[in-house]
Design a protein around this ligand. Structure first.
Ligand SMILES: NC(=O)c1ccc[n+]([C@@H]2O[C@H](COP(=O)([O-])OP(=O)(O)OC[C@H]3O[C@@H](n4cnc5c(N)ncnc54)[C@H](O)[C@@H]3O)[C@@H](O)[C@H]2O)c1
Length: 248
């Protein structure tokens, strides 16, 4: 299936590693130029940009703290003219620390909500004037936002908020802009490996119909599909990409 993504511009919030980096590379292979945003990991962002260039497409680096509205606004304001026509916006930045529910502090709560949920809003608001007619937005939430997680209550609440924000934004921006969400299960990135380290070794076999965790490319493919004209009649939707986590 041709995804019809030639010569589009995709901006990925949080593309210095993991799912965001895999998504940037896949967009480039499908013919998109990519704005690679990052916060602290400049080296990872440069590696992502190199992958985009190796696919024959243009990459721009943009540093921003997505948990800070002013930082996002300033970075978007500094994009070069050629990158100021965004066809695809992906919000992939996230943080998922583990904390006992009884010990969770308001500072920890706020930091996680500020990046995952508020950051989704900040990035969308800052990019909105640059979104082209027919643009597509994809938020990366989590299965945690559907099930709740006792050791990551802040993260799960923020991801639930992203799933709901998807619906509000889809309503607000229709009919010219589609807004969707993917809700991945455990994925083998730095973040996923840290979380998996605290789980029993047979967790995937016990909890997932597919009995394994996801590779980043398996999430990236779903993001790219939702962003593409092939998903032209999909908006306000959340796509479960969790190996059957909710069915076992
Ligand atoms: N890995 C998993 O198991 C899993 C499961 C479900 C959902 N997710 C979600 O997928 C998304 C990507 O996660 P990942 O596994 O690739 O993690 P990762 O840690 O590999 O990547 C996180 C990305 O977020 C960026 N980031 C972090 N803080 C930022 C900030 N303040 N401003 C800007 N960017 C920032 C990083 O630069 C990096 O690119 C996250 O939203 C995460 O919640 C991951």
């Amino acid at each position: 299936m041709d995804l019809n993504l030639q010569n589009r511009i995709a901006l990925i919030g949080g593309a210095s590693g993991g799912i965001g980096a895999a998504t940037a590379k896949l967009f480039a292979e499908e013919g998109c130029d990519v704005v690679v945003t990052y916060h602290q990991n400049g080296e990872g962002a440069e590696q992502t940009a190199e992958q985009v260039r190796l696919a024959g497409r243009q990459a721009w680096l943009s540093q921003m703290d997505i948990a800070d509205a002013a930082s996002v606004q300033a970075a978007i304001g500094l994009l070069p003219p050629a990158a100021r026509h965004i066809d695809i916006l992906v919000m992939c930045a996230g943080e998922a620390p583990v904390s006992q529910f009884s010990e969770l502090t308001s500072d920890e709560w706020q930091r996680v909500v500020e990046l995952n949920l508020n950051g989704s809003f900040y990035l969308l608001q800052a990019c909105r004037p640059l979104l082209q007619q027919g643009a597509s937005v994809v938020f990366v939430a989590s299965v945690a936002g559907q099930t709740g997680v006792p050791l990551q209550a802040h993260y799960a609440a923020a991801k639930a908020g992203m799933i709901n924000l998807t619906k509000s934004a889809a309503r607000a921006l229709a009919p010219h802009i589609r807004v969707n969400c993917v809700a991945p299960g455990m994925t083998l990135t730095d973040m996923g490996r840290r979380t998996a380290a605290g789980l029993p070794p047979d967790y995937a076999q016990q909890k997932l119909l597919l009995e394994r965790f996801a590779e980043p490319i398996e999430i990236a493919r779903c993001i790219v599909f939702l962003a593409s004209p092939s998903a032209s009649f999909v908006t306000g939707a959340t796509l479960d990409v969790n190996g059957g986590r909710n069915l076992r």
